[in-house]
Design a binder for this molecule. Structure first.
Ligand SMILES: C[S@@+](CC[C@H](N)C(=O)[O-])C[C@H]1O[C@@H](n2cnc3c(N)ncnc32)[C@H](O)[C@@H]1O
Length: 246
């Protein structure tokens, strides 16, 4: 799939993808991703941040509430239109149309931090995107990104029932496959790219980053009380979040 096709797909999918979002994003963001990202980010008051692949912009808006100035980039114009509709105080966020694999219209070393929430598994040239994030960050600054956990979310992975043991198991297949695959339960099917954890780590190091930490988010007891369906996330991680240092 080329970039133009990827953009068209996200444009077509944008309304449906964002229909279940509130000001905190969707339920996976509320339970797993937001607590992790905000604890890794720490204090952002006064910082100029890039939200790379901002989608409908909920994270940018939360960052602005914490005192940051935000530039938000997405390659789907439809996503940006939704983001702008949902952002009453647009002056606090600069929404820009751009491809995270090549943001040459943005100057070097201008951001105090970059976040990219669930985007790197959606784009083809993740090495180029990592190099762009490195270029755009001020020295000693951090890049935080989340992706589907590549060890568990693989082509054809999913829950399956073991009838004799009467238990659910998470099935992993094709872990070493690298490339495009389709999640067929969405309409249109979501196109994702699988890479091994090794490939991600190699690309991170080749871009020039060091890994400060990784987090595999799991639901807190508090969240489990509110959202008991997330008990299944105690068996294996849906996501992995990297905090990288330039
Ligand atoms: C899974 S959504 C996540 C959106 C948002 N970060 C969030 O957490 O709600 C992925 C987003 O990345 C955007 N995207 C995918 N590839 C991109 C690329 N190469 N450059 C810029 N945006 C991209 C899509 O248009 C979509 O809005």
């Amino acid at each position: 799939m080329n970039t133009e096709q990827a953009i068209q797909r996200w444009n077509r999918y944008a309304e449906r993808y964002t229909a279940n979002y509130d000001e905190q994003g969707d339920i996976h963001r509320v339970v797993l991703l937001n607590p992790t990202i905000f604890s890794l980010l720490g204090e952002v008051d006064g910082n100029h941040l890039l939200d790379a692949g901002c989608g409908e912009g909920y994270l940018s808006r939360l960052l602005v509430k914490k005192g940051a100035r935000v530039t938000a980039v997405d390659f789907s114009q439809k996503m940006l239109d939704i983001a702008m509709e949902r952002t009453p105080q647009q002056e606090a966020i600069q929404f820009l149309h751009g491809n995270c694999e090549n943001l040459s219209f943005l100057a070097d070393e201008q951001f105090d931090g970059i976040v990219s929430n669930m985007v790197l598994q959606d784009l083809e040239d993740y090495q180029a995107a990592l190099c762009e994030m490195f270029r755009l960050l001020k020295p000693n600054s951090t890049f935080i990104f989340s992706i589907l956990h590549p060890c568990f979310v693989t082509p054809n992975s999913g829950w399956m029932r073991h009838e004799q043991l009467d238990q659910q198991y998470w099935k992993v297949q094709h872990y070493f496959y690298e490339g495009e695959y389709h999640q067929l339960d969405a309409d249109p099917p979501i196109v994702l790219y699988h890479r091994t954890l090794t490939s991600y780590v190699q690309a991170i190091r080749q871009a020039g980053f060091t890994i400060e930490t990784i987090v595999e988010p799991k639901p807190s007891q508090d969240m489990l009380r509110k959202y008991p369906q997330f008990a299944e996330d105690l068996h294996c991680a849906d996501f992995i979040v990297f905090k990288l240092k330039k």
